[in-house]
Write a protein that binds this ligand. Structure first.
Ligand code: G3P
Length: 234
């Protein structure tokens, strides 16, 4: 079994989505900015480019690269699907599963978690509610991200607008799973949003538009990373 890189400390996950600012050559540029920030700050930054950029991005940086999705198929006659082994061979170290923009059912989630495990890939499974988070936690993913879809892309941070969702999700998840890392995402824009998410009991955040669409992604990332390493006094 390939040794999976240990993902230490709080996690900062940047979802490139299908933003043109994070496509092709620009995906590599953004990946290099993330790598510089990770090296300067010591924060574990994970990036999730599009399928077609996985290999070129993985070959350009030495930080964890995740796929944005994969299918639960096993090798064989499947057209237009994404095979876990192919994601691994492209250099990825994990995959998002069930992102609200790529939602799948609970049975498929379970199968995808198993396919990730079979292929030495971390599974980062998204959940939109505390109840969904608990159901997903029973399936033993490596990480769970609580993301209310209505806040995604709004700039209204889940950690400020829905603190109860985060605390209840962490509580519900921990009743059935004491190992999975719990993160949150949606609307996270400022370092204060990140710090609040950590104060609410998560071990990291998922971000997209506030970094990918920023005029200065490197500064946006390093400002977030700073509070993950050195929380302010308050
Ligand atoms: O996967 C994280 C993403 O859905 C959050 O989007 O633009 O609100 O940071 P955004």
């Amino acid at each position: 079994m390939d040794l999976i890189r240990q993902l230490r400390g709080p996690l900062l996950v940047v979802n490139f989505k299908a933003y043109i600012e994070a496509t092709g050559k620009q995906a590599i540029e953004l990946a290099k900015s993330a790598e510089k920030t990770a090296n300067d700050s010591g924060v574990t930054i994970i990036i999730a480019p599009q399928f077609t950029d996985l290999k070129s991005v993985s070959e350009s940086v030495d930080i964890p690269v995740f796929s944005q999705h994969l299918d639960s198929i096993k090798p064989g006659a499947y057209t237009g699907h994404v095979l876990a082994e192919a994601v691994k061979s492209a250099g990825a170290e994990g995959s998002l599963v069930n992102h609200s923009e790529r939602r799948i059912g609970i049975a498929e989630i379970s199968n995808c978690i198993q396919r990730c495990a079979d292929s030495d890939l971390y599974s980062l499974v998204c959940a939109d509610t505390a109840k969904a988070g608990m159901e997903i936690a029973k399936l033993k993913p490596d990480m769970i991200a609580i993301e209310p879809p209505d806040l995604i892309g709004t700039g209204i941070s889940v950690s400020k607008a829905r603190p109860d969702l985060i605390t209840s999700s962490v509580r519900e998840i921990r009743t059935v799973n004491t190992h999975a890392r719990v993160l949150c995402g949606a609307g996270i824009t400022t370092p204060d949003d990140v710090e609040k998410a950590l104060q609410l009991g998560t071990e990291g955040v998922l971000v997209a538009s506030s970094v990918v669409k920023s005029r200065d992604p490197r500064t946006a990332l390093s400002d977030m990373a700073d509070v993950m390493i050195k929380p302010s006094k308050c």
